[in-house]
Design a protein. Sequence first.
Length: 125
Amino acid sequence: MFRLNLPKPELQVPFNDADGLIGYVDFLWRRRGKRPLVGEFDGRVKYRLGGLTSQTDIERTLWEEKRREDRLRKQADVVRWTWTSAIDASRLGRELAAYDITPGAAGMGSWLDGRSAPEVWGMAG
């Protein structure tokens, strides 16, 4: 995202509804005049860890993930990507552009927020 000069997302933002905490989303963009956009990075690890050895455990985990996403989609648009997209900048850029997350998108903060890279990284002299 930084290399593509895309707007800087908020990270690990909690989402709630009338039933309580939905969860913490990986990425959040607050788009002016539109619903927020939630970005979720989907690794396969969560489906392999934590004792998911039985068919019942796998089905329950998938059902819980589906319910979580249904609750999120009532409040925000949701885009998901995997490692395949994460390591291919042009592919990730296209996926996010479909939701108007583009370089210099109006009303969204940048990675540098008007500061130079050395200032952001604590290297300013």
